[in-house]
Design a binder for this molecule. Sequence first.
Ligand SMILES: [Zn+2]
Length: 288
Amino acid sequence: MAPDRSAPPDAEPYRVHAVRYATLETLRSAAFLGGDPSGGTIRLDYFVWTIEGNGRTFVVDTGFKAPVAERRGRQWLRCPTEGLRALGIDAAQVQELIVTHLHYDHAGNLDLFPRARLHLQEREMRFVTGRLMCFRHGSFSGLIEQEDVITLVRSLFEGRIAYLDGHAEIAPGLQLHRVGGHTPGLQVVRVWTERGWLVLASDATHFYENIAAERPFHAFVDLAEMFDGWRAVRALADSPEHIIPGHDALVMRQYPAAPGLEGIAVRLDAEPAFSGMAAAAAASAPGH
Ligand SMILES: [Zn+2]
C-alpha cells in the first residue's frame, strides 16, 4: 500500500537536525559488498538525530563512547550528548528515544538517557540476545557491544522500552517503519517537516551511493531485505532529496549548519544546497 503523502491533520511540521559526533576515512573496497575497483577512499560520518515539534523532543540513536571509538579505530569528535547540548537538549531530561538498531554506533550511550522511553523493534532485541550472538566474531556480534545490551536489558526491567513490531505512528506526523536487511529490526523514521515527509534512513542506506547505485554496504543479515528496504525508503520519502542516509559525509555539506554549530549540527528540514543522490549517482557512474 502506498504511503499517505498528505499533511497530517493533527501535527505541525517538525524541526530535524543531524548531529555529527565521529568520523572515519576508509577504503571504498571495505565499504561495499563485493569490493570496489577504484582503490579510493570514502568518509563515514557518525550521527545522532533530533526531531523537535508539537511540544516534544525525540532523539534518534545515541552514538558510541570514546573508549569504543579508540578500540575500533574511529575518530571520535565529541560525545553525542555534547552536540545535543549545543542544540539545547539535555540528554538526562530526554523523554523519547528512537533506537533505529542496536549496532555499537547507534546504541552506545543509552545510560546517558536515564529517563527516556525507548522505541525499539522487538525483533532487534531478539537479534542481540539470540543465537547469532553465539558466533563471537564477524558482522553479527562483532558490531554489537555487550555493555549496550546489558544497559538495554536494565532499561527493559525499568519499564522503559516501548517495543514495536513493524510500523507505528508514535506521535502525530512521526512514524517508525521496520525495514530490516542490515539488522533484523532496523527501523527508519518518517517525519513530517516544512518541506514534506522526510525519512531518516539510518543504516537502510549508509551512503547515498548504496541506494542510488544499488550497491549494498558490506554488513547485513538479509541481503534481499536490504534491497526491499531501499524500495520502502524511496516510497516513504517525498523525493530522493527527502532521504537522509545514516553515514554519508555529504550530509554535512548539503544542509545549513545550525547557528554557531558548523561541523557539528545541520538542519535537515531545510532545503539541501545540492542533490546528494545525484552526486552519488555521478560518482558511481562507470568510468568515473
Ligand atoms: Zn551505523
